[in-house]
Write a protein that binds this ligand. Structure first.
Ligand SMILES: [Mg+2]
Length: 191
């Protein structure tokens, strides 16, 4: 059985931050500081009305999760890893955008073992299958995975997480290039 490798979508493979900004800017919403300097910064910088539009089905909701740009090196790395590992997409995206998510994955030629939409109120470390290692850009989710499962979490350095220091020292490995992740997985996980 191939080992399971958990991979987050937004901020890891899919550039959600840039996509949200583009959709809002096309609507005429001016947002300072690009990209976000901390988690949920966009929400702090726009009105409640514009935030609701972004998430509403008559607004941008499906496009928000499908029409945006990717992190190409992440796509290439996962395409490479999916031959030797079972990729599990672990995302907090709302469940109703599953069709958009699956279309996007197919367009990228990504063939994960499974896609898990973690429900509201649940944590990523609670979902099954448990993975041998994870890629996660959200600092608190990364801490939850490393702290509760005792596994290595690879954290892509982004402007919204680069200033942080982690308590799960040693288990959270910030990286600049996805090749660092593929090399680590091949060395430590894939037998
Ligand atoms: Mg993310």
């Amino acid at each position: 059985m191939k080992p399971f490798v958990g991979v987050d979508l937004d901020g890891c493979l899919y550039n959600w931050d840039a996509t949200a900004r583009e959709l809002l800017q096309n609507r005429g919403v001016i947002i300072p500081s690009d990209p976000s300097q901390y988690w949920d910064q966009i929400r702090d910088q726009i009105t409640e009305k514009d935030w609701k539009w972004l998430w509403s089905s008559r607004g941008a909701r499906q496009r928000l999760f499908e029409d945006g740009s990717s992190f190409p090196d992440g796509i290439g790395a996962v395409r490479e890893l999916q031959d030797s590992a079972n990729i599990v997409i672990v995302t907090k995206r709302p469940r109703d955008v599953t069709p958009a998510t699956l279309r996007w994955l197919a367009d990228q030629e990504l063939l994960p073992h499974t896609v898990v939409h973690v429900p509201p109120g649940s944590h990523k470390h609670e979902i099954m299958p448990r993975c041998a290692t994870y890629v996660e850009d959200n600092p608190s989710y990364a801490e939850g995975l490393a702290g509760n499962l005792g596994v290595t979490v690879h954290l892509p350095r982004r402007t919204w997480n680069e200033e942080l220091h982690f308590s799960s020292d040693g288990l959270i490995r910030p990286f600049d290039r996805w090749s660092e992740v593929t090399q680590w997985v091949k060395k430590h996980i894939v037998k």
